[in-house]
Design a protein around this ligand. Structure first.
Ligand code: DGL
Length: 269
């Protein structure tokens, strides 16, 4: 089992920002990534639909034998974590919202903390709950930024259009003077430069990728699941649509080349 891959899924390419942090921390591990590109975005869909998609995506990874599952999508983490844990038990399932809340509180223990995320994550209130579970008195403000996902998927991560959108979403929120700004969608780190420029220097940007990777590292250690083989690991990608586009744009998120022959087109129905 130790040689099995770590499964990761997202609605599209955003979860590659989490895979990037995982690869940096766990260079010896194999990763199997699924991007549900045919059904992106998840963030504007109902909780029931996202939960159904999440179980299907995870099921496709489990079928290919994985030793741990990373839900690299905040929207799915917010509405489907209990369903995934139940459906695939005893597989360890790690989400991004718990680690994101932890990183936010480390950056700003007393708040206020601003969370930018998809409509679904904002509506589910998952970050508010996760932060308040540790620090009930910390003020948490939220803002949905739905256009950031298509901008990132287009590779439009900087320049005048991205900047205008960032100001449209952030100016009012930043006027309330948060100390930390949580990138509560795994697509947003691709726009970190633009978001940081709009936010200014007084606010700390928080990305859950590194804390998530640390949690995966700990889970592997506790369960004795580390890959012992010292040979270079192979990484594979599954997508539900447009593999050539995934190879081309995915590079921006992963920070390295994705070989087209490492990508397989799958049908989740
Ligand atoms: N990357 C996903 C997230 O973290 C969702 C983006 C979307 O499909 O709307 O929420």
């Amino acid at each position: 089992m130790n040689d099995a891959a770590i499964g990761i899924f997202d609605s599209g390419m955003g979860g590659l920002t989490v895979m990037r942090a995982l690869m940096a921390l766990l260079p010896n591990e194999r990763f199997l990534y699924l991007g549900d590109t045919a059904r992106l975005p998840y963030g504007t869909k109902s909780a029931d639909t996202v939960a159904r998609y999440a179980v299907q995506a995870a099921g496709a990874l489990v079928k290919r034998r994985i030793k741990l599952l990373v839900v690299a999508c905040n929207t799915a983490s917010g509405v489907a974590l209990p369903a995934l844990q139940e459906e695939f038990a005893p597989l360890p399932v790690i989400d991004v919202i718990g680690p994101g809340a932890e990183a936010a509180l480390a950056a700003s223990p007393k708040g206020p903390i601003a969370v930018i995320a998809t409509e679904g994550t904002v509506k589910a209130g998952a970050y508010v709950r996760a932060i308040h579970a540790h620090a009930p008195d910390v003020e948490v403000m939220q803002q949905a930024c739905p256009l950031f996902v298509p901008l990132a998927e287009e590779g439009l991560i900087d320049g005048v259009i991205a900047e205008l959108v960032a100001h449209r979403y952030l100016d009012e929120l930043l006027a309330r003077k948060p100390h930390a700004l949580v990138l509560g969608c795994t697509h947003y780190p691709a726009l970190k430069g633009t978001i940081g420029k709009a936010a200014g220097l007084d606010v700390t940007l928080v990305d859950s990728a590194e804390t998530t990777a640390a949690r995966v590292d700990k889970a592997l250690g506790e369960r004795n699941l580390r890959r012992g083989d010292a040979s270079a690991p192979d990484h594979r990608f599954l997508v539900t649509d447009a593999p050539e586009r995934f190879a081309r744009v995915g590079e921006i998120f992963l920070g390295r080349k994705i070989e087209p022959d490492a990508i397989e087109l799958v049908d989740l129905q």
